[in-house]
Design a protein around this ligand. Structure first.
Ligand SMILES: Cc1cc2nc3c(=O)[nH]c(=O)nc-3n(C[C@H](O)[C@H](O)[C@H](O)COP(=O)(O)O)c2cc1C
Length: 361
């Protein structure tokens, strides 16, 4: 059957369909359970969580599914040397964002306190939990953590946006590589060259990586139908990772207005911008991203830029100023159909099956 692949055998799941993990509180236990219980692999993005929160979420997941699932972290979680910026840099960014704060009628935030990376402690929590799959982005694991994963039987998957990154990940011993195409919603997980220069589409990236690396490759970006699953498998993917289409389902932790935006005409236009977090990410085009196009030098580095954008987002949401909010979305959003994760899973499986049956006929 089309759905028996290296990935399904390695992970022990029925279908080679992974639900893309979402950081920033958009993942949910209900979504992980719906996908894993339907034979795919649910995923939970935990990079903003404390180790205690990761452990608590894991307990909740285990209470609702006995199937394999994926926990996800960001290997690199800050872009400043000491977690802070100079007063001069802060003042420049504050001047740029002041008009939006005035429009929203809220005060500009103070310069943020230094940020401390959370990755090491989060990593320990994940190793203690021993999920069946541990995926990560923005780099690879430290060597000793990779060795521990192998010893503990945790399957690792790292995200690549270029062939160089895939080769790098393979050299460090990952079990699977996620080929993350430029169509995808959310952050571009580039870690060798700049995200702006790492913008290959999913199906080209998949072919390049398949040709040059030996570990199984998962296609991510722009996949939301059975035909796209079939296309990815035809090009040699061992599985697909579907993000935006699952984000739009009732089970995700997206706000109702975010889901509505994904199903609206607004989703025809998406933009890659650094304005919202300091790292390049794709969401529905917004006035702020448009206005500040080309002003990247003035934004604060990740994650400090959220000092401005978090309160602004809160105010904009409560005042229904949607054009000031970033609604994460991939380019495939305009063709989304399903509002429930189990329906989406069923439809992906049925459509892919029908496609392969049609080829045989
Ligand atoms: C809102 C949002 C948040 C995401 N957060 C993460 C994350 O924290 N870690 C990660 O590895 N991938 C993350 N991704 C990427 C997805 O897991 C998946 O690879 C991607 O969405 C697939 O492309 P698609 O959106 O075109 O389906 C995120 C995607 C979205 C849309």
């Amino acid at each position: 059957m089309w759905y028996t692949t290296k990935a399904t055998e390695l992970i022990g799941i029925r279908y080679p369909i992974l639900q893309g993990p979402f950081g920033g509180n958009l993942s949910s236990v209900a979504l992980v359970a719906a996908v894993s219980n339907a034979g795919g692999l649910g995923g939970y993005g935990a990079y903003t969580l404390s180790p205690q929160e990761i452990i608590a979420v894991d307990r909740q997941i285990k209470a609702v599914t006995g199937q394999p699932y994926n926990l996800n972290l960001w290997v690199s979680d800050m872009d400043t040397v000491n977690g802070s910026v100079s007063d001069e840099r802060y003042d420049k960014a504050a001047a740029l964002f002041r008009p939006y704060f005035e429009e929203a009628g809220i005060p500009l935030p103070e310069k943020p306190a230094p940020f401390h990376s959370r990755f090491e402690n989060q990593l320990q929590a994940v190793l203690d939990i021993r999920p069946k799959v541990f995926s990560f982005m923005f780099g690879t694991l430290p060597h000793d953590a990779m060795v521990q994963c192998k010893r503990l039987g945790i399957i690792t998957a790292g995200a690549a946006t270029t062939l160089d990154e895939a080769l790098y990940l393979e050299n460090t011993g990952v079990d699977m590589i996620i080929a993350s195409g430029f169509e995808a919603g959310g952050h571009r997980p580039s870690f060798l060259a700049s995200a702006e220069s790492s913008t290959t589409g999913t199906f080209v990236l998949l072919q390049l990586i398949r040709e040059k690396v030996k570990v199984p490759v998962i296609a991510a970006g722009g996949i939301a139908s059975g035909k796209a699953v079939a296309a990815a498998l035809a090009l040699g993917a061992t599985a697909v990772q579907v993000g935006t289409a699952f984000l739009a389902t009732e089970e995700s932790n997206a706000l109702p207005v975010h889901r509505e935006m994904l199903f609206s005409g607004a989703a025809k236009y998406t933009t890659l911008s650094r304005a919202f977090t300091g790292r390049l990410g794709r969401g529905i085009s917004s006035r702020i991203a448009r206005d500040l196009n080309g002003r990247d030098e003035d934004f604060l580095p990740f994650p400090l830029q959220t000092t401005f954008m978090a309160p602004l987002r809160q105010a904009a949401l409560s005042q229904e100023k949607w054009d000031m909010v970033l609604f994460w979305a991939g380019q495939i959003a305009p063709v989304l159909k399903h509002r429930h994760a189990d329906q989406l899973m069923r439809s992906l499986v049925e459509e892919t099956t029908a496609y392969f049956e049609h080829l045989k006929a």
